[in-house]
Ligand binder design. Structure first.
Ligand code: GLP
Length: 248
């Protein structure tokens, strides 16, 4: 079951999702969660940082898993997911360093690193937070990915490589591959939150929610999950009929 919740603006979405996250973490202080990067979650992370600074909630007992990571670019490049998550969230909250799990594309044995990552998420994460790519990817699970896919190395769709210029900057080397949590761990999570803002996401939001479920749009597979929440702002929801929405 997928619940679609619409907010008037990206600011309103960020405020509500951050507050919802703070209550979730306060209720389940030892929760294990995967967190995404990209532009969409950044204002949500700003709200979470505020809540932690105000003492409303704490990450001390929580476990944070990085959702995906770009390979073939320097580990300290500003567009690396680990670097982005530190900048937006981890550097400003009280996550216990040993409780932060990152995907390492430089690992000598990449397959072993991925298998260990999958094992450490078993039996299932409590919360999977996601963004969505314009082609319907979640994490770096590009169109065509099997719902049984594990954590692994993936080749990026050319459009995903192109889109990453906004993280790495004009003129920087752009990644053509990455490592990502697979769809099997995403679909196994107890709760999934997926975020989409802005008019550039309106077409994919409509397709994912209204077209038949298909691996050609990996995010559509989330519709079969028992507790999935799709948070959208007015611009991203612009092509949805009113019937599928709840007001945030
Ligand atoms: C990237 C990431 C995804 C992210 C998506 C949307 O390629 N691999 O995890 O959710 O694209 O990013 P943004 O929020 O910047 O639009």
């Amino acid at each position: 079951m997928i619940h679609v919740v619409r907010y008037e603006s990206p600011e309103a979405l960020a405020e509500h999702v951050a507050a919802r996250f703070a209550s979730f973490l306060t209720d389940e202080p030892a929760a294990r969660m995967a967190l995404p990067t990209g532009a969409t979650p950044e204002p949500v992370y700003a709200g979470i940082v505020e809540a932690v600074r105000a003492g409303v909630t704490s990450f001390r007992r929580a476990h944070v898993f990085l959702l995906d990571e770009f390979g073939g670019v320097p580990p300290d490049a500003k567009g690396r997911c680990d670097v982005m998550l530190h900048r937006a969230l981890l550097d400003h909250v009280d996550v216990t360093p040993q409780h932060y799990h990152r995907l390492d594309p430089e690992a000598e044995d990449l397959a072993a690193m991925c298998a260990a990552y999958d094992a450490s998420m078993k039996p299932a994460l409590d919360l999977m937070m996601l963004g969505i790519g314009r082609n319907g990817h979640v994490g770096m699970n590009e169109p065509g990915t099997s719902p049984e896919s594990a954590t692994r190395r993936v080749e990026l769709a050319p459009s995903t490589t192109q889109a990453s210029v906004r993280y790495f900057g004009e003129g920087a080397a752009l990644p053509t591959w990455g490592v990502t949590i697979g769809l099997s761990a995403i679909l196994a999570a107890r709760t999934i939150w997926i975020l989409a803002t802005g008019e550039s996401k309106a077409d994919i939001v409509r397709d994912v929610l209204l077209d038949p479920v298909s691996t050609t749009r990996p995010a559509s597979l989330l519709r079969g999950h028992p507790d999935c929440w799709f948070f959208v702002d007015a611009a991203a929801a612009a092509k949805l009929p009113v019937g599928v929405l709840s007001r945030g």
